[in-house]
Write a protein that binds this ligand. Structure first.
Ligand SMILES: NC(=O)c1ccc[n+]([C@@H]2O[C@H](COP(=O)([O-])OP(=O)(O)OC[C@H]3O[C@@H](n4cnc5c(N)ncnc54)[C@H](OP(=O)(O)O)[C@@H]3O)[C@@H](O)[C@H]2O)c1
Length: 268
């Protein structure tokens, strides 16, 4: 069981939503929270919330769509606090438009923030984690990283991408017998505001998840070194259902309302 007390935990997208709540909770549990976000004001607010409860926090304003900014901030973290014990790649963005409505810039940005940023961050810190034979890498993918959803083409591409990266990394580490823990998280929609307006057809099996409960489950999964967390339970069924012919698989998803859920999406 991993404890957060006295650990250094780097969280991206820490100014709002899941990132903010995870930062506050791990701070409460005695970790040094290293907060990254593009939202400078939000970051300062979370950092002062953390210091008001006596937790140690350091924050860096970083645009995760820029590899140079990522490496620059990572170097600052390494020089001031050393390599983090735990990295939570949480920041993410969504456009919520059908494929041909998306500008090239939007598609590129989604891949940069949701897929490439976590990869650069891991690439920077992994050698030191490997040298000291400890560490934990957490990637927040999505249920949309397990099934392609109408209206989320760029987002699904980015979340399948990070899921695939994570799985490869996990197996490379295992193959080399390096004891670094990994956790990939695939939640359905959560009420953080990021997906405001989405609809779910059968809330009893596919509920819009509650932010605080999701945060608790993610932190517990990290503490228990769980390799994968999907929420709600039915998301685990996506992979085995792929044994079905594609037409049948797509029919089940349509029946569950997966491909109409984004029709009233408006975001924040
Ligand atoms: N909410 C859901 O329904 C849901 C479902 C499944 C998976 N997820 C995933 O869970 C993670 C957290 O989601 P959330 O709902 O907590 O999102 P959120 O409330 O929108 O928070 C994301 C944070 O990331 C920041 N961010 C955006 N672009 C950035 C950039 N270029 N550089 C640095 N920071 C940036 C945002 O800043 P600004 O606010 O200034 O943009 C925001 O503070 C994401 O990876 C998301 O894809 C969410």
């Amino acid at each position: 069981m991993t404890k957060f007390a006295n650990k250094t935990v780097l969280i991206t997208g820490a100014a709002n939503g899941l990132g903010r709540k995870m930062a506050l909770e791990i701070g409460r549990q005695g970790a040094h929270a290293i907060l990254w976000d593009i939202d400078a004001k939000g970051l300062e607010k979370v950092a002062s919330e953390l210091s008001s409860i006596g937790a140690k926090a350091t924050h860096y304003c970083c645009d995760l769509s820029s590899k140079d900014e990522i490496y620059d901030c990572a170097r600052k973290v390494q020089n001031t606090s050393g390599t983090p014990d735990i990295i939570i790649n949480n920041a993410g963005i969504v456009s919520g438009k059908s494929f041909l409505e998306l500008s090239d810039e939007k598609i590129e940005k989604t891949i940069l923030v949701n897929t490439l940023a976590p990869i650069w961050l891991v690439k920077f810190f992994l050698p030191e984690m490997m040298a000291r034979k400890s560490g934990h890498i957490v990637n927040i993918s999505s249920a949309a990283g397990t099934i392609g959803v109408a209206g989320l083409a760029d987002y699904c591409a980015s979340k399948f991408g990070i899921f695939g990266f994570h799985e490869s990394l996990r197996n490379e580490l295992k193959k080399k017998k390096i004891p670094i823990q990994t956790t990939v998280v695939c939640p359905y929609y959560i009420n953080t505001g990021m997906f405001e307006g989405v609809k779910t057809r059968f809330p009893w099996i596919l509920p819009i998840l509650e932010e605080n409960k999701v945060v608790q489950k993610i932190l517990l999964a990290i503490q228990k070194n769980r390799p994968c967390l999907m929420m709600p339970w039915i998301v685990y069924a996506v992979m085995p259902l792929r044994i079905l012919p594609v037409g049948m698989f797509d029919w089940i998803a349509r029946f569950l309302g997966i491909h109409t859920g984004m029709e009233e999406f408006h975001g924040r």
